[in-house]
Design a protein around this ligand. Structure first.
Ligand SMILES: NC(=O)c1ccc[n+]([C@@H]2O[C@H](COP(=O)([O-])OP(=O)(O)OC[C@H]3O[C@@H](n4cnc5c(N)ncnc54)[C@H](OP(=O)(O)O)[C@@H]3O)[C@@H](O)[C@H]2O)c1
Length: 249
């Protein structure tokens, strides 16, 4: 028996990186997957086909997670197409790093809208069908930077810390309805977002701070999401699980 047999999952920001790994992991475990992206049309099409090859229903939606109305439309369309929503992974995110002295209001707003407001936008929509079904798992992608902070990443850190507080509040609001809400806090994961870290001396300096002595892979994070999405974590809510090779402990 597969862990997510016939469950319906929405994963935001899945055309690349961590989101793509989550979508593939869920489909391999029997879930039907609706996923979103912003501009990578070609990659989204290819992923849609890869997911369908697992014998599940899969569909890509071009939808900006930072815009409330787009999330409202997205969830309505997914419900029409898939019939229910059991799992929501709020993964879409960006970084616009700058020291505070140079950080513009627009950069701050972009990071807040796409990283934090997106989680509100999506969670507000998916809890209705989950309340009706008296079951659901919401997984919000935070970061160890939201726990530890990082010079040059004040907006990113604030957005990711906000996700942790939001998730704990939703866990308390909706636990009695059997809806769980948890955060995942990845460390440095090999994706486009961190490609600049892999060059030269910077890479060895980062790795020297990680007890497991390597960057993480998108699959490392997808495995944690699989646990949180499935009944294996049926008594886990309001938690933040760091998957960071021990960088943050
Ligand atoms: N990589 C890391 O080391 C790391 C560490 C901690 C936390 N995280 C978090 O993990 C999540 C995924 O990161 P990643 O490294 O996989 O990023 P990534 O490789 O840059 O991929 C980002 C994904 O999000 C999508 N996206 C961006 N803005 C969007 C929007 N407004 N609406 C919908 N989709 C949007 C992108 O779509 P397009 O392809 O269409 O642009 C892409 O699919 C983020 O929340 C990030 O903050 C990453």
């Amino acid at each position: 028996m597969k862990l997510l047999e016939n469950k319906v999952a929405i994963v935001t920001g899945a055309s690349r990186g961590i989101g793509e790994a989550i979508a593939l992991k869920f489909a391999a475990q029997g879930a039907h997957v609706a996923f979103t992206y912003l501009s990578s049309d070609e990659k989204a099409k290819i992923l849609e086909e890869k997911l369908q090859a697992f014998g599940v229903k899969a569909k890509a939606y071009k939808s900006n997670a930072g815009v409330y109305e787009e999330c409202e439309t997205l969830v309505a369309e997914v419900l029409k197409e898939f019939g229910s929503i059991d799992i929501c992974v709020n993964n879409a995110g960006i970084s616009k790093d700058n020291l505070l002295l140079r950080l513009s209001p627009d950069q701050w707003d972009d990071v807040m809208n796409i990283n934090l407001k997106s989680v509100y936008n999506m969670t507000k929509q998916v809890i209705r069908p989950m309340m009706k079904a008296k079951s659901g798992s919401i997984i919000n992608m935070s970061s160890v930077i939201g726990i530890m902070g990082n010079a040059g990443q004040s907006s990113y850190a604030a957005s990711k810390a906000g996700i942790i507080g939001f998730s704990k509040s939703i866990a308390q609001e909706l636990g009695s309805r059997n809806i769980r809400c948890n955060s995942v806090a990845p460390g440095f994961i090999e994706t486009d977002m961190t490609s600049y870290l892999k060059e030269g001396e910077a890479a060895s300096s980062y790795i020297s701070k990680i007890p497991l002595a390597r960057f993480g892979t998108p699959e490392d994070i997808a495995n944690v999401c699989l646990f949180l999405a499935s009944d294996l974590s049926s008594y886990v809510t309001g938690q933040t699980i760091s998957a960071c090779g021990g960088l943050c402990m």
